[in-house]
Design a protein. Sequence first.
Length: 180
Amino acid sequence: MKDALTIHRALLEWEAVHEIVRLPIALADADELPRALGLPPERCLVTRVYSCDGVYRGRRFLAGVIAPAGERPSMEAVRLTVGAETVQPAHADVVNAVTEYAAGLVCPLLLPDDMPLLIDQRVIDTLPADDVVYTATGEASTALGIRRRTLYALSHAKPADLSTPSTATPTTHAPRHPVP
């Protein structure tokens, strides 16, 4: 399983400024980050994983969504954005196996290259690029602190309006590759 040390090593390799924070309480899931850190939810980001059926490469696939803690994107907006026929929250055992993170504590970094990753447009619009945001590390007792701009660049997430369904044409997702 991936953990804080795995993330830390990758970020050092990518020469990305970051901090692994020891939490005062253990988390059951990333939605608890604001309470644990004493921060507003918009500064604590959660990666939600969805199981999708349909047209993307003609098979089932997982898609990730980076959103503020406590917020759930519109599944219809996710469905339309990734071009799936159906979307539902992925089962924990599938999340664990595919992402190699503990379900509920998924970090938006080091995810499979063929897994489309979206970031809620509100995160991009409301937080200054140099603000530090916090996200899960796959462990209940740590969090990753990183500039929003850096997280966005390294995750290769596609911004999308996920608050309401869009009538936009589904996009084609190229595989994401780690930053050299």
